[in-house]
Design a protein around this ligand. Sequence first.
Ligand code: ZN
Length: 657
Amino acid sequence: MKSLWNDSDAAQYQGDLDLRVYTSRLLGQDPSLVLHGGGNTSVKITETNLVGDEEEILYVKGSGWDLETIEAAGFAPVRMAHLLKLAKLQSLSDPQMVNELKTQMTNAAAPSPSVETILHATLPYKYVDHTHADAIVSITNTAEGEQRIRSLYGDTVVIIPYVMPGFDLARLCAQRFAAEAHDNTLGMVLMNHGIFSFADSAQLAYQRMIDLVTLAEDYLASKGAWEVPPATAQPSKASIRGSMAALRQDISRVAGFPMILAHQNNNKGLAFAQHPEVSSLSQQGPATPDHVIRTKSTPMLDRDTDGFARHYKEYFDTHAPHAKQPKTMLDPAPRVVLDPELGLCTVGRSAKDAGISADIYDHTIDVILRATALGGFKALPAKDLFDMEYWDLEQAKLNKSGAPPVFAGEVALITGAASGIGKACVEAMLKRGAAVIALDINADITTLHPRKDYCGIPCDISDKEQLNSALETGIKAFGGLDMLVLNAGVFPGGKRIACLEDDEWHQVLKVNLDANLALMRQCHPLLKLAPRNGRVLIMGSKNVLAPGPGAAAYSASKAALIQLMRIAALEWADDGIRINALHPDAVFDTAIWTDEVLAARAAHYGMSVDDYKRKNLLKTEIRSQDVAELAAEMCGPLFAKTTAAQVPIDGGNERVI
Ligand code: ZN
C-alpha cells in the first residue's frame, strides 16, 4: 500500500482542519481502505467561542459525506467536554446518543456527526483516522484472527473484540485503550470491523494507517492469501434477460416496490457465484458492520430443470412476510444475488444504489477469498448479524431519504432517444426517477447522459439482431422493463401517391410499423413481469386523425401503428399492460426543423415564424418537452385506469376536433 502524501500538495492546506481534509481525501482515494462513505476521521481543535470561552472541539466526519471528496464543511464540530462525560456513562441508547451528539454541535447547519464520534473523542490524539481496510478485515474474519493480529503487530496496537458500532463500542475502546496503550501504541484493531490510527499530526496519523495496513497486506501475501486469482467461470447463457426480469419481479414483490437489478458483467462475480462453497461463504455476513445491508445476499438454492426463478420464489414466499416487520424496518429484499447462471447481480432502489452495493461486494469477495486462503472465512455468529441488520442507526441511515420519486426502481425504454421528443422523454423519465434504456441509430446516444441510471445503446430498431442485442444489454443493466416509449420514426419528404415508389413506401413502413411490432413482441414478456404492471406509450401523429396530401406512407404507417396499439390493448389487458397514444402536431424544436426550413414554411403561409409555430386554436407553441412530460404522465398513476386512449397534443386543431 502506497502513501499518497505529497509535500507540495499538503502545503496548500493550511491549518488543522484543512490538513484533516487533505489526509481524509488521501484515505478516501484508496478503495481498499474505505468505500462509499465508509471510514471516518477527526481532529481536535481548541477554539474561542462567541462569549469568549475557550473550548476543545472535535471535528468529526459528518454523515452523508465521502472521505474522497470531503470538505471542511463535511466535518461536524462537537464539544469535547460533553463527549468525554458521555463516554463515562454506564449506558446510552442509540437514539439518546444521536440526540446528544446533535445538540452538542457548535454549528447548527453542520451534518450529523458520525456514530463513531464518542470513540474518536476518547482517543487522546489530535488526529484520528479510521478505515475498514480490506487486509485488516480479511485477517480478523478468520478463526484465529486475534492471534494473527497479535503476532503481526505485537503490542503496538490495542485489540478490541467485536461489538456493534455505537456507544458500547466507544466505551469498551476507551476502557481498553486506557488499560493497554503506551508510548509505542500506533493504532487499534477492531475485530471483524476495521482499524484506527492516531497521532498528533495529520501526516503521522495517515502514515501510521498506511504502515499498519501494509504490514497486514504483506502478512497475507506471505501466507499466499493476498493475490487470490478468481477461478475461471463457466460463461453465462447467451440470453439471460428473461431470467433477470423474473427474478426482479420476485425481489420487487418481497421489497414491496420496484427495484433495479443490475447484472455485474465480470468473471470475478461469476466465478464467486459458481464457487463450490458459495452458499456457506456468502451467508456468513458482511466483512465489516458498515456493509451489513449492502451485502445481504440470497442463499444459493437447489435448482432443477424448471429454471431457477421458481426456487427464488419459494424462498421469497417463506421469507417475505411484511407483517412480521415493524414499519420502520428496511425492506427484506436482498441487495446481492449470487446465481451460478447469472453471476453476481446487485439490487437497489436506484441504479446508483445497486452500483454502490456492487462496489462493496466486489471488495467483500476479495475479503472472503483471502480469509478463506488464510485458513477459513469466519464472520460473526448469527445473533450478531441479526442485531446488525435490525440496528437502529443502520436503519435510520438507509431510511432517511424521504418519499422516493414516482418511477423509483422502474425502467423505461425509449426509442429515437437522441433528439427531439425522444430526447425530451429521456429527461422526463430520469427526472421521475426511472432508469432509462435509450435507443437511437445515432451513436451519440451512448454519451448523452453520463450517469448510472442511463444506458444509451446505438441501435437500428429495424434490424432484428441489433434490436435483440440492445434489449439484452439494456435489461442486463437494470433487470427488467416497466415502460416502453415507441417514439422512433421517419418522416420522408412529401410525395403524392402518383409518384410514390414501392421502395419508399416499404422503407417508411419498415421503421414506423414493422420495427415497432418487433419491439412490442420482444418486450411483451418483459412488460408482463413489471412489478407495477407494464405501460406502453405510442408516439402517434396528428396525421392519423387529420391527414394531409403528400404524406401517404407516413400517415398510413402511423394509422396502422395506432390500430396495432388498439389490438395490443385488447390482447395485453389480462397481463395488466396498458397502452396509450399521443398525437403531437407541429413540434418544431426537433432536428428536422432547422431555422431555414421553418422560415421557408412560414413564408409559404405568409406568416411570421412565431405565428406559424402557434398556428392552432389555442395559439400556443408545442415543444418537445411538453410532449415528453405528457408521455411520462401517461405512464404514471394518473393514467393507471386508462388503456387504448389517444390524446392529441396540438394546441387544438379544428380537423382533429
Ligand atoms: Zn467503522
